[in-house]
Design a protein around this ligand. Structure first.
Ligand code: DX5
Ligand code: ZN
Length: 214
């Protein structure tokens, strides 16, 4: 299991402290949420903050673009140090081309689905993706309630993965906690993003260790 704490829930006034906490922890990736105020109602942060995170981060950056026309920024995020670059299906007119460009730029290519988007829309692209991110909340904000329907989506996607002999990772993003995490893993998830559950905990290091022990 890959655990990716979401920096959106960090204390931006103590960003270095929180990045170093993740470095010291058993977490695997940094999950970085980029929001443009158009694709989603919220604006998070952009390149200057990402550069600051990158300077201190000692683990791969898993960058989740919640922006329109994500293809415009593929090279910029490669230059900013992204290891995984995930674009939304709903924001992509030419997803296959975006995957090619993301890989050419040296990154792993991911696609994210909003809660209302059925997994079967990915049927013709599953052989080209490294990661499918299923949103288990409506993208835009941390700290929201997990949408239960996600379990069925994971199972359906995992069945498509097995049937096709693919090896992309299934990532779950939104409302992940210690109670639903084991069920998500059992359904077929490989990567769990956790924002508020980690950063609002009184002991984030122990919280990360608890999730990794599942
Ligand atoms: C939501 C973001 C998530 C968010 C998760 O739009 O994509 O990555 O940070 O936060 P929690 O775990 O608090 O739901
Ligand atoms: Zn995210």
């Amino acid at each position: 299991m890959i655990l990716a704490p979401s920096i959106l829930a960090a204390d931006f006034g103590n960003l270095q402290r929180d990045v170093e906490m993740v470095n010291r922890s058993q977490a695997d990736w940094f999950h970085i949420d980029i929001m443009d105020g158009v694709f989603v109602p919220n604006i998070s942060f952009g390149f200057p903050v990402l550069e600051a995170i990158r300077k201190k981060a000692e683990k791969p950056l898993d960058v989740h673009l919640m922006i329109v026309q994500p293809e415009r920024y593929i090279q910029a995020f490669a230059d900013a140090g992204a290891a995984v670059l995930t674009v939304h299906l709903e924001a992509s007119t030419h997803l296959h081309r975006s995957f090619q460009e993301i890989k050419k730029a040296g990154m792993q290519a991911g696609v994210a689905l909003n809660p209302h988007t059925p997994v079967h829309l990915l049927e013709d692209i599953l052989g080209d993706t490294d990661l499918v991110c299923l949103m288990s909340v409506n993208p835009g904000f941390g700290g929201q309630k997990f949408i239960e329907r996600t379990y069925d989506k994971i199972k359906a996607l995992d069945a498509m993965r097995k049937a096709g002999g693919y090896n992309f990772k299934i990532e779950i993003d939104g409302g992940v906690n210690q109670l639903n995490a084991p069920l998500l893993l059992a359904a077929g998830a490989d990567v769990l993003v956790a924002g508020n559950f980690v950063f609002s905990a009184s002991d984030p290091l122990a919280t990360i260790a608890g999730l990794k022990a599942l």
